[in-house]
Ligand binder design. Structure first.
Ligand SMILES: [Zn+2]
Length: 283
């Protein structure tokens, strides 16, 4: 049996290698980080991003994989040319950064069509995804995340993820499933909460098993189908441990790393307590 990869989003304050220590301190063997502040565009030149200490700390603490979460400012569906240029540039940086630090993927919220509808936004999104993939190292992986069903947000429907995969046709494009977002978008995570469709049935229907590379395990403050993106700690939200267990112990997901993006019991993000709860849920 291969070891289950479980971790959470951690801070890089003070240096990248400290993220590894933080992941280990909460009991994780993988981690998610930002390449810089998620609320500003500015990034450090890659030549200045030191990796030796990072790699040795990963080795020392057994933190096997690192994922990058893209910044919050991007919108691949935007009609604003300036924002589009900044978005493409920032995501090219993040994929290059990922390659530089040997990260396993960059997780991206595709963005919002701002009311003009999926059909009028989808082609430009695919074009921009292709442009980014064509201008980044071939060992970098681009993971689009499902959204929570908020008005205008792209990718709340798995059908849209499927469409983008088919249009872009690049094995470096995969997706990240967020449990809170899927639940808020109306999917059922377990048979007892069917919702608009059972999530695993939809993954099967759209053949999205192989391209699913990572799972954000988050509880949801909002109700099923409520369309709001508010993460909660494990054991506290509307989804329930039982439903999370039913989903996460599905054999087809056994190899997929699990990353927490929960608020934390002290409000400082993923903590040892949430990791413990997650380990119990999947054990
Ligand atoms: Zn997420």
């Amino acid at each position: 049996m291969t070891k289950k990869l479980i971790g959470g989003h951690v801070s890089t304050a003070g240096g990248l290698h400290l993220a590894v220590e933080r992941a280990n301190a909460i009991g994780g063997n993988c981690a998610q980080i930002f390449s810089g502040s998620p609320r500003i565009w500015q990034r450090q030149s890659l030549a200045k991003v030191e990796t030796n200490k990072l790699f040795s700390e990963q080795e020392k603490y057994g933190v096997e994989r690192i994922y990058i979460h893209a910044l919050y400012l991007t919108n691949l569906a935007t009609e604003n040319p300036e924002l589009a240029t900044k978005t493409v540039k920032a995501l090219i940086y993040d994929l290059s950064f990922a390659s530089h630090i040997k990260a396993s993927g960059v997780i991206v919220h595709v963005g919002s069509h701002q009311g003009r509808g999926w059909d009028s936004a989808k082609d430009i999104i695919a074009e921009r995804l292709t442009e980014i993939l064509n201008n980044t190292p071939t060992d970098s992986v681009f993971l689009i995340e499902n959204s929570a069903g908020q008005k205008g947000k792209v990718n709340s429907e798995l059908a849209e993820i499927r469409w983008l995969m088919d249009k872009v046709q690049n094995p470096r494009l995969g997706w990240c499933l967020d449990t809170c977002h899927a639940f808020s978008a109306g999917y059922g995570l377990a048979k007892a909460q069917p919702g608009k469709a059972l999530l695993i049935d939809e993954i099967e229907k759209y053949q999205l098993w192989d391209s699913l590379k990572v799972i954000h395990v988050n509880e949801s403050k909002g109700k099923q189908g409520g369309g709001i993106d508010r993460h909660d700690n494990l054991g506290m939200g509307e989804i329930g441990d039982q439903a999370l267990r039913e989903l996460l112990t599905n054999k087809k997901l056994a190899h997929v790393p699990l990353l927490l993006e929960v608020p934390g019991f002290d409000g400082n993000g993923p903590d040892a307590e949430n990791i413990e709860l997650l380990k119990k849920i999947v054990s």
